[in-house]
Design a protein around this ligand. Structure first.
Ligand code: SF4
Length: 229
């Protein structure tokens, strides 16, 4: 599947970027979604907070769809303040949000370096909600039917940038909905960025909410991943 739209990625080659812990535009702050659970818990230990506080924060971000630390009302105010001074939850801006009549929604995310990727939320008539995510800016595969590959690959996405797509799509769901599938069929060749993709899918498997908030929800079941073009 190719996610097409009114735009495609263009820009100078930046080279393949490895995972990085600090976001480029503000070297003093950590990008939360690029932190491993161990790294995140270490920060709490170094700052004198118990490890369960780290899991509370991850619960807010991954399951309760929180947009900022100020929403995490079961954390002490001093911790929320310190977190806001040290971490950014998001590294991308939503540059465009399109909705289709069939319930599908597409986001164009502007990344911290000005590049862009698309991700799509697909809904079907059985109340399944599928997140279709990208793994690269551009693509080196050059499939003749696809515009994404015309300029080649610009860079790999980081673990956090892949997770961020899932979380931003999850935030589009209603309270009754939950993500049931994640497909890696967006921009880029997923097998060319497995080092970032696998930890991102592992984070989704363990953290993305599998249950919705009301009794009208589709019964919880296993989160399904598809990594195939
Ligand atoms: S592998 Fe790359 S070029 Fe081929 S369809 Fe997917 S994004 Fe397009």
């Amino acid at each position: 599947m190719k996610i097409s739209g009114d735009w495609r990625c263009r820009g100078p080659s930046l080279g393949v970027v490895a995972n990085f812990l600090r976001i480029a535009e503000d070297e003093s702050m950590f990008y939360l979604l690029n932190q491993t659970p161990e790294e995140f818990e270490n920060w709490f230990a170094e700052h004198g907070f118990p490890g369960y506080r780290a899991r509370q924060v991850q619960n807010w971000v991954f399951k309760k769809r929180a947009a900022g630390f100020d929403e995490m009302t079961d954390l002490p105010l001093a911790l929320r303040t310190q977190l806001a001074e040290s971490f950014r939850i998001w590294s991308a801006e939503i540059a465009a949000h399109q909705k289709a009549e069939d319930g599908s929604e597409k986001l164009l995310l502007k990344l911290h370096d000005g590049e862009g990727v698309e991700c799509v939320l697909l809904r079907d008539d059985r109340h399944h909600c599928t997140a279709c995510i990208s793994t690269q800016v551009g693509c080196s595969m050059g499939c003749v039917f696809c515009a994404t590959g015309l300029d080649g690959v610009i860079r790999n996405l980081t673990v956090g940038e892949i997770i961020e797509q899932m979380l931003q799509l999850q935030r589009l769901l209603t309270a009754e909905e939950r993500l049931s599938n994640i497909v890696v069929m967006g921009m880029g060749e997923p097998l060319m960025n497995l080092d970032a993709l696998m930890p991102a899918l592992a984070a989704a498997r363990s953290s993305v909410s599998r249950t919705a908030n009301t009794s009208r929800a589709t019964p919880a079941r296993r989160l399904v991943f598809v990594v195939r073009k």
